[in-house]
Design a protein around this ligand. Structure first.
Ligand SMILES: Cc1ncc(COP(=O)(O)O)c(C=O)c1O
Length: 386
């Protein structure tokens, strides 16, 4: 049998479009090449401008977890008080990183499917003085988006450093550094930027850069803002070898973002996430994230109880039908699946992804009218272009 194409519909990495792939396939040049230096400068500048950051952006080789640790390393010292707002698996990762670095950590944990609110943060901050507050913008284990702008305001009034994990949000969910009171935003290349894995991205506010200076010498070298600042300001300087082809790929991703328009990109993610959720729930799957907190970049869908679905069998069937989806985490493992709908994915990809789920659902014994879920998407796409 002819094997179908396999769409990467896990919550990252996401499909990488041809023009971005081409950048990764280019012949690598010296990092001192004047054309590359110009390209690197433009990447740093575009990230600052698009995310409205009057401080500095850092682009280095690494993954999202490195960026999380780098954020904490540059704005805190052992013994500092950190408040971690955890909406799930990746929020808990921040708590672990902070604890390992010797911080004194308190955690506000939301029920999976809901979010820590600004009111809860305000109440906690009114009782105790914190140096650092962390929040996960989009929690990949639950598909929940936190109200980072509201929490940012509360944290700025308190005077703490506000660190936001934008790994599953940046480039797909509305996110601005200065206007949202963010001091360090971290992200990476393989999600809504639609680039292959390998780049850690950070935005630091002026307050965060001052905080780093006030710490003096820190034990970290590769992660030290002070080591990278001269390189980000002038990429002809050297600290660690830049991942040249990935930086070109990110440059192309930013060209795509600019030509779509960042506001329209955010709006498109909201429109298509709503349609995607409608399509999948019309087959009897339920959405884990509470209404009002649903992320525009990914969703977690739970199996309909009455059909006794075997999780790994279902996901293998979806793969046979042409799409990779991810299993659930924590207490939800085995009870549903996680799916990305972010980045440079067009109507063709969304239709094919839903069609794969629909065929796998029918093959798993779920009773449904063929084409019902696809119809939701089709109708929505037509309405959106009227
Ligand atoms: C919200 C969030 N934070 C952090 C990470 C860690 O990123 P990485 O796997 O690139 O280290 C992930 C990975 O999926 C994530 O979804």
């Amino acid at each position: 049998m002819l094997k179908p194409q396999k769409l990467v519909m896990i919550p990252g990495p996401t499909p990488v479009v041809r023009s971005i792939q081409d950048q990764m396939g280019r012949e690598t040049v010296a990092f001192g090449d004047p054309d590359f230096i110009e390209d690197f400068k433009n990447v740093v500048k575009d990230l600052r401008e698009l995310w409205q950051c009057s401080g500095q952006t850092f682009v280095i080789a690494g993954s999202g977890t490195l960026a999380m640790e780098m954020a904490v390393a540059n704005v805190s010292k052992p013994g500092d008080k950190a408040l971690v707002c955890s909406n799930g698996f990746f929020g808990d990762r921040f708590a672990e990183i902070c604890k390992k670095r010797g911080l004194n950590v308190d955690v506000i944990k939301a029920r999976w499917g809901s979010s820590v609110t600004s009111e809860e943060v305000k109440e906690r901050l009114s009782k105790e003085k914190y140096d650092l507050v962390t929040v996960t913008h989009v929690e990949t284990s639950t598909g929940v988006m936190a109200p980072i702008g509201e929490i940012g305001k509360v944290v700025q009034d308190h005077g703490a450093i506000f660190v936001v994990d934008g790994v599953a949000a940046s480039g797909g969910a509305e996110e601005y550094v200065d206007p949202m009171g963010i001091d360090v935003l971290i992200s990476c290349s393989q999600k809504a930027f639609g680039v292959a894995p390998g780049l850690a991205l950070l935005w630091a506010s002026k307050k965060a850069l001052d905080k780093r200076k006030s710490l003096g010498t820190i034990v970290d070298s590769y992660m030290d803002f002070e080591k990278w600042l001269p390189v980000m300001e002038d990429p002809s300087k050297y600290w660690g070898t830049p991942p040249i082809n990935l930086i070109w790929a990110l440059k192309q991703s930013l060209e795509i973002i600019k030509s779509e328009g960042i506001k329209e990109r955010y709006a498109r993610h909201v429109r298509h996430a709503t349609l995607f959720d409608e399509a999948i729930s019309s087959m009897g799957f339920s959405i884990l994230a509470d209404e009002g907190y649903r992320a525009p970049t990914l969703s977690v869908y739970l199996y309909p109880g009455e059909f006794n679905i075997d999780d790994s069998k279902f996901r293998s069937l979806v793969a046979e039908e042409g799409a990779y989806i991810a299993g659930c985490l924590g207490d939800y493992a085995g009870k549903g699946f996680r799916m990305g709908h972010m980045g440079n994915i067009d109507k063709h990809i969304l239709i094919s992804a839903v069609a794969s789920i629909e065929r796998a659902a029918m093959r798993s014994g779920i009773k449904l009218e063929p084409g019902k879920a696809l119809g939701k998407l089709q109708r929505g796409f037509v309405e959106e272009s009227m």
